[in-house]
Design a protein around this ligand. Structure first.
Ligand code: V47
Length: 395
């Protein structure tokens, strides 16, 4: 490290230790390969332990991708299918209900529901499956439909977003996942998925969800055609919305998997890039309580290491994941509860089961499939305040 890098890093360390916000230039600087990864990791770990102590969160969950047929042709997606492609599928109500039963039989607290935007299926099909599942299995939290799907429902129904979100909540929607964000900056977004919901729409959907009290997650897809500038720009937009609403629970950086996509010429990001990104995200998003190392995408070894590089959550036991496995992920199809707890313990953290909205889960010792939610794990979380950097700058 040269003297200049050292001095700049010291300034960033002072900011982090005094709870002062990092700015765009700080974030871009931390991506410079001359800044040792372990230094970035130590700073992120400091923040992570300040917010989340020594805990490593997980949940017991399953996925449902009811159709892969999609009007959009995102260049990074290996999951989608054209309408008449033999690979295309649409699940029946019976298949969907069977997935709900399987989830309950396996003690799941959450079902993560996302899929394609089918050319011929109307809003009622998407709403109908939420109410079908919710009526049959009311305890199963339905984390469903990304902002891209919500925007598609707006197009299909010509109804205001707020109405749609309220209607889906009435049907049984519990919260929204963070997908569809990709990279907000149009220089990149236009290359990946120019036709689908843009950054303003994605932000508008999440803002509206937060306004009606729905919690949501947020993501960033990295490791394709973007630069450090685009990544930090993305994080700053998320941080700004979070300052205004406080509705994001967890941020999930998603490493691009190139296999079977239109971008298969690109090399998958290295584990070092994954860890640096996780750490920088933890540092920049000082107002989001959780950062998730999604083990399905990172692989188990990197996800474990990530628990010392800013992440406090590794997602769930997971069943039926398709989006990453279609794109070449070599991780197992699921982990048992013992396995997921053990990998958190091996990483030196205390495993804690949480529900989708980050409450402690208490299992019935006589029948572990029965559970109830306890208090919020975030009851002491105090997000950084937006004016802090301005105050320091004025001094
Ligand atoms: O929006 C699609 C990404 C997202 C590929 O909210 C790809 O808790 C890499 O959002 N390589 C969907 N990434 C997954 C997602 C998610 C996952 C886990 C937890 C949560 C949560 C949300 O996956 C898409 C896109 O950004 N994606 N294809 C690919 N080939």
């Amino acid at each position: 490290m040269n003297i200049e890098t050292k001095a700049r890093l010291r300034k960033i360390r002072d900011k982090v230790e005094s709870g002062t916000r990092l700015n765009t230039d700080d974030g871009i600087f931390l991506y410079d390969p001359s800044v040792p990864l372990q230094e970035v990791g130590l700073l992120a770990n400091y923040v992570r332990e300040k917010i989340n102590g020594n805990v490593g969160y997980y949940n017991i969950n399953t996925h449902l991708n009811p159709t892969n047929v999609c009007v959009y042709r995102c260049r990074f997606c290996a999951f989608r299918s054209d309408l008449r492609d033999p690979k295309g599928y649409v699940m029946s109500d019976a298949q969907i209900l069977a997935r709900g039963k399987e989830a309950i039989d396996n003690g799941c607290t959450e079902m993560h529901v996302v899929g394609g935007l089918h050319h011929k299926l109307g809003y009622d099909w998407y709403r109908g499956m939420i109410s079908l599942l919710h009526e049959a299995y009311p305890q199963l939290h339905l984390k469903a439909w990304t902002a891209v799907e919500m925007s598609w429902f707006e197009f299909l129904t010509k109804r205001p977003l707020r109405d749609i979100l309220e209607d889906l909540r009435e049907a049984g929607l519990g919260s929204m996942p963070g997908g569809g964000a990709e990279i907000f900056h149009p220089e990149v977004r236009d290359q990946l998925c120019e036709h689908k919901a843009n950054s303003h729409k994605w932000i508008e959907v999440h803002r509206t969800a937060h306004e009606i009290g729905l919690k949501t997650n947020c993501t960033m897809l990295y490791g394709h055609v973007e630069s450090a500038y685009h990544r930090i720009d993305h994080l700053m937009r998320l941080r700004e919305l979070q300052d205004q609403t406080g509705g994001f629970q967890t941020f999930i950086p998603l490493a691009f998997h190139p296999e079977n996509t239109k971008l298969s010429n690109i090399k998958k990001p290295s584990a070092l890039m994954d860890l640096r990104t996780l750490a920088i995200c933890r540092l920049m998003l000082d107002n989001v309580p959780h950062v998730k190392a999604y083990w399905i995408m990172l692989g188990i070894a990197t996800a474990q290491t990530a628990l010392a590089y800013g992440a406090d959550d590794i997602d769930g036991t997971v069943r039926h994941e398709l989006i990453y496995h279609d794109a070449g992920a070599t991780t197992p199809e699921l982990l048992t509860v013992d396995q997921i707890r053990q990998l958190i313990i091996e990483a030196g953290r205390d495993p804690v089961e949480r529900d989708t909205t980050y409450h402690h889960v208490h299992r019935n010792p006589d029948n572990w499939r029965e559970w109830s939610s306890g208090e919020s794990v975030d009851k002491n979380f105090r997000p950084a305040r937006p004016q802090e950097e301005a105050v320091v700058a004025a001094v």
